[in-house]
Design a protein around this ligand. Structure first.
Ligand SMILES: [Zn+2]
Length: 480
């Protein structure tokens, strides 16, 4: 039998197995056999040699983490220069030690890694601190400022991925012949469709609001005139004057740079004042859905304002978006069928599109509202394959510590979910307030870091091409 064997202490079997299974089977590409044992440490055995891993985080936290008022015990503060003991290229030579201690020591049959890689990765991926810390902002979100990564200055480092490389270096020191799977990451661009078109054009009352706002708040007669003109033209089916209706240009940029985007739609018009004012059943929205599908981009849900705690609403919104996709594609198909003599091949191709498009596999929460204790479970129950909300709105970086996709942890079940997380690293609004060259530098640096380990996941709204230079910047980050 020549498979790596991993023994986990029985008392931390679920959380440790979740981390190790992801690390070995998926990230490193080394399928392993798992069993439990009575020892306190995690043991990796192969061909008569053994690497043991420190197990500090679970030992301190697991016995208390489901109790009311659980705390982060001994929040770490030490940074070490790993190069002193291990040959591993990290983002910077010095790295924070979350749990355990620095160093790799030799043992009679292998080595012992004193850094608690598994517990620290659990802490980051499962967002432990968000469950035990009650800090919330005005939208009931866990604030970036309360995160250890922000407080200790490592949010822009993919710490989980760097810890994985430390583990890999330790494995190689015991088994020099071991090889791992190569990194094959990609850039993923996504668009939350909050306002597909200017809200002023929906009816005369809103238009009056929009014009008054332009004149009184913005003191801009030019903006007022543009809003009036857009309302007039849009009513006649000419959308070229709408600053938010950028989809054709947006998709063209993606296609020219070899990317495919994901467009997340809100499926509940105007339920709260934070949700938007459009309906998927409007003819222009139906045409948009059909175009996105025909051009090979993805359609997903933008879970509305209160869905982060409402599973029934999430499931209803997913169903409504699926139904809207199906009618949009059926209408597009019948228009195409009437206009052209379809060959058997094109008929098959158009039949394949609806199934994929209407699947609605992915979600991102509006305002990135998220409750770590329940939202992943609700999304899994609503039938989603993945979520893409895992970032902080105005603090670019790695909220989950990784650039890689991973199966999410359920605090309800105390076990893994089928739902996967594609962590968001940057939203355009986080950088657009500053100078363009600084915005580009921040985005490029994050993109390069992320692609060394996994994917670079960028959110850019269709409605954020309003300032001069926004479009050029979008193209530059695609090309970078
Ligand atoms: Zn949104």
């Amino acid at each position: 039998m020549d498979t790596i064997e991993i023994a986990i202490p029985a008392w931390c079997r679920q959380p440790a197995h979740w981390v190790l299974h992801w690390l070995f089977d998926e990230v490193l590409g080394l399928p392993a056999l798992y069993r439990t044992h009575d020892s306190e440490q995690i043991e990796i055995r192969w061909r008569g040699r053994v690497l043991t891993l420190e197990n500090d985080f679970f030992r301190r936290h697991l016995p208390v983490w489901r109790q009311e008022g659980a705390l982060l015990i001994d929040p770490p503060s030490q940074w070490v220069d790993v190069a002193a003991t291990l040959a591993v290229p990290l983002e910077r030579p010095s790295i924070p030690v979350l749990w355990g201690a620095p160093g790799l020591v030799a043992t009679p049959h292998g080595a012992h890694l004193k850094l608690d890689v598994v517990g620290s990765i659990f802490f980051m991926l499962a967002r432990y601190e968000e469950v035990i810390d009650a800090a919330r902002d005005r939208y009931d979100r866990f604030p970036a400022s309360a995160a250890l990564a922000v407080q200790r200055g490592f949010l822009q480092r993919p710490l989980v991925d760097e810890y994985t490389d430390i583990l890999w270096a330790a494995l190689r020191s015991v088994w020099p012949g071991l090889t791992r799977k190569a990194v094959a990451g990609m850039m993923r661009v996504s668009c939350d469709v909050d306002e597909p078109y200017e809200r002023w054009i929906r009816n005369p009352w809103r238009l009056a609001q929009g014009v008054a706002g332009a004149l009184l708040r913005k003191r801009s007669p030019g903006t007022a005139a543009t809003r009036l003109q857009n309302a007039w033209r849009s009513r006649r089916g000419d959308y070229r004057h709408d600053p938010h209706w950028t989809f054709d240009w947006y998709m063209t940029q993606l296609e020219e740079t070899g990317n495919r985007g994901a467009f997340y739609f809100i499926a509940t018009p105007g339920r709260t004042r934070y949700d938007c004012a459009y309906a998927l059943e409007e003819p222009r929205m139906q045409q948009l859905l059909a175009q996105i599908a025909a051009r090979g981009h993805e359609i997903g849900l933008h879970g509305s304002f209160n869905t982060y705690r409402d599973g029934a609403q999430l499931a209803a919104e997913r169903q409504r978006l699926r139904a809207a996709c199906i009618t949009a594609l059926a209408d597009a198909g019948s228009r195409a069928g009437a206009a052209a003599v379809a060959t058997a091949a094109t008929a098959m191709a158009t039949a394949a599109v609806p199934a994929a498009t209407a699947a609605v596999r992915g979600n991102r929460q509006h305002y990135l509202r998220w409750d770590t204790a329940v939202t992943p479970d609700l999304l899994a129950q609503a039938g989603f394959d993945y979520d893409a909300s895992g970032g902080f709105p105005y603090d670019p970086g790695f909220r989950h510590g990784t650039a890689r996709e991973f199966p999410m942890w359920s605090w309800q079940k105390q076990g893994p979910l089928r739902l996967r997380q594609r962590p968001l690293m940057l939203m355009e609004a986080a950088v657009l307030s500053g100078p363009a060259d600084a915005a580009l530098a921040t985005m490029v640096s994050l993109k390069r870091t992320a692609l060394r380990y996994g994917d670079f996941n960028l959110l850019w709204h269709n409605s954020r091409f309003t300032a001069p230079g926004d479009r050029a910047l979008f193209r530059q980050i695609l090309d970078a």
